[in-house]
Ligand binder design. Sequence first.
Ligand code: ZN
Length: 329
Amino acid sequence: MLSAYFPGIRDTHGDTEVYVFEGEEAGGNLLILGGSHPNEPAGYVTAVMLVENIRVNRGKVFIIPRANRSGFSHSDPQEGNPQRFYVPTPAGPRVFRLGSRLTNPIDQWPDPAIYINPAGQKLSGNEVRNLNRCYPGRPNGYLTEKIAYAIMELIRQEHIDLGVDLHESAPEYPVINAIVFHENSAELAAMALMELQAEGYEIRLEASPANLRGLSHREWGDHAGIKAILLETPNASHGRLKGRPSSSLIVDGRDKFYERAAKLGWLFVPYGKEGIPLAQRVARHLAALRALLSSYAELEPDKAVDIASLPAAAEVQARGAGAFLHPPD
Ligand SMILES: [Zn+2]
């Protein structure tokens, strides 16, 4: 559990599972987060898929599928979102919770009017429950700050070399289909980008702005000196232009209003009749992860991480995410 690194979150809904895979050969240490935002399904479905499939030959891999576990226990008010979504597998539908971007107010309340985060940035009050605004955390702060602090402690105690934070955002949001990188990871991100473009992925680079504070891709690099990357995929169920929210909107990713918005030139990604299904978004995360690991092995051969049986992006896209998930209980 994450509390092994910082006991201040023990017996709270902020404590969460950390899955550790250790190769026989020494190498680098990789941290992967899903569920920093529990309303961004491709991030945590990818993390769960990794936990259920990978073996590690070289190096050590730490995976936290539900980084903000409290956020999985409620949903955003007044959004009409389903509490769950269903990913078809050969043995029947696998159920996942759809949570909120923010920590559950039952676990952390009330919000301040204005939130000044541990990195000194002034934000609107409810950002105090946004894990990806609370880095590098505070050991005696709000619960969400303590979770951020616990993740920083894991990074320090396990000597993490590379951290990858898996997210999604709305198709009308400019930072989309993107690799966001800390400036210490510019070369790594650029190499991964070229590899992905050679494979036919439309993806771009976004430098982590130095004055945007409290985010993983900023504070992991600034405070722990690790290479820090955040990945974004486009999720229609996340956006403001969508029709009725549903499990199938999350999984199939088809929405006639987004189709129309694309025709009007309002989106930052192509969006057609076929939509952008979960399988495609998970495949993008997997392809980016593979490209980052192969680029990292070139840049830092001593700290390479070699993962066996990483699901192949093209196969996930063709067969669906459920083909690579354990059957439901
Ligand atoms: Zn996010």
